[in-house]
Design a protein around this ligand. Sequence first.
Ligand code: HEM
Length: 538
Amino acid sequence: MGITGDAIKALALEHVALMSAIFIGSLALTFAVSLNKNQRDLYSVQNGRKVLSEKTVLVGGPDRSAWPWLTEIRARFRYMRAGHNDMFVAFKNYSGRILRAPLADYSFFVLPPAYMEELKSLPPTTMSSSISVEEYLLGGLTTMKAHDMLGDITWQVVRNHLTQKLDNLVGPLAEANRNAFQDELPDCSDWTPVVVHDVFLQIVGRMTGRTFVGEKLSTNKLFLDTYIDFATCVFVVSSYLKVLPAFLRPLFAPIIPEFWKIKRIHANNWKLLAPIVKAKKQEPKEQAEERKAAGDGDMLDWLLEASGPNATVKEILTRQLGIGFAAIHTTTNHMTNCLYDLAYRWDEYAPPLIAEYREALRETDGVLQKQTLSKLSKLDSFMKESMRLNPPSSLAFNRKVLKDHTLSDGKVLPKSCWIAVPAGPLMLTESQFPNPHVFDGFRYHRMRQEGSEESKTAAAKTSQFTSTGQYSLVFGHGRFACPGRFYAGVEIKLMLIHVLENYELKLPDGSGRPQNFHFADAGIPDPTKHVLFRKLKG
Ligand code: HEM
């Protein structure tokens, strides 16, 4: 789950006064880090004794220095600015070694991919992705708490309800998508510049709203602002506060406007949705079942079902806000990347993608349904390639280790450390992706079509947009891989089909594919750039 484009805009353009606080924070950080006893190396236990087994490589820093704490501070400041790029450099220069990514307030052990297989199925009592998210986003101050917003019930709802109901959701989502395009895009009868990030944030918000709260509320401005702004505020508040040592954060938080906005967002969420949840709670069971069977169920219904009768209205609403956090900006950022790639290469990709869609629609009796989307192998491949080259972070598989865990080679991941794998560099592995830096929109499609039956069967499992694995890490991997990826895939396919069917795209004359922004290990599409849209005639 990556940083949001709006957070970058807010961080860059607003709150100049806060820069002074950051300066004080930096000084405090200097002090704090000099005291910081964060573990830097890994040990194993031999004959009951702790033995140094791996000196890790500090990303962006010299290997070792005479002034370790000064090196540490410099590396932490450098990581904020250049972490994304430095990760690729360190991965290349220190192949097979364990790296250490120095975030402002703690470090991640970045493990070689060979460990992923043995770690991917460990239970949440040993390592947790939700707690890692909570700590990264300072959940105590931003309300992004693992127990309230993420974790088991959220997983159940997304995996067992949302994903299972995708067949029935395609129709309503396609309708929400069409209406949102009509309302959010300008006329475009001639070439018209569209700031795609901003427009598609609204369109994704409305589609997500259709699933979360039903048709009527999904276009409500307050609902959209509430769900869209929450993630932005969380990122802004946590980005500022992370440079401060923990004891200063509660003191500084109240001077950040977004800290108060988070409170208003919860209040608005309550104002909008509490009466609805209360009414659903009182609805006779049979009537509720009938309503849901008729296709009139939404995320609030599924949350009520999964949380049990004792869950309070507040618990349901907080959890729904958490799912919105995970769903809206991630999908918008990826859609923005797809549109930049498509506009840049329109003549090469649009004709085969449109032809593929028409053929799929014909094969499914002219009715756009989930089966139609499943047949769009080239579009699926295009979306995955765009993700491979534009990952939301150069890291993935982020976990907080909750108890000492001994790896198969004897090294001990100590309780309370953080781990991740170098997703960005792995997705440029030459043996897996010939010419890895070149955008090849149909490479995954070819993997599924070419070679022996055996390799085609293997590729069918590993090369889908939603597949995860050692070289497909944008949705994470293993037990905690993103449960919303199937839903995200449907939303993005529906939006891209609508673009392909109704518009031509191009980038402004002379401009290349917009460059991504990077902040620490995160990468996001530039949210300020526009693409030119022209409506197709007839
Ligand atoms: C392109 C869009 C998306 C991307 C790139 C993305 C990425 C991710 C990643 C990297 C993780 C962590 C996985 C791991 O640690 O192994 C994650 C977790 C999660 N995602 Fe997504 N996601 C997307 C869309 C969605 C959508 C649409 C939903 C919901 C409808 C969703 C719900 C979740 C949830 C509930 C979690 C678990 C959070 C936790 O408890 O740690 N995601 N996502």
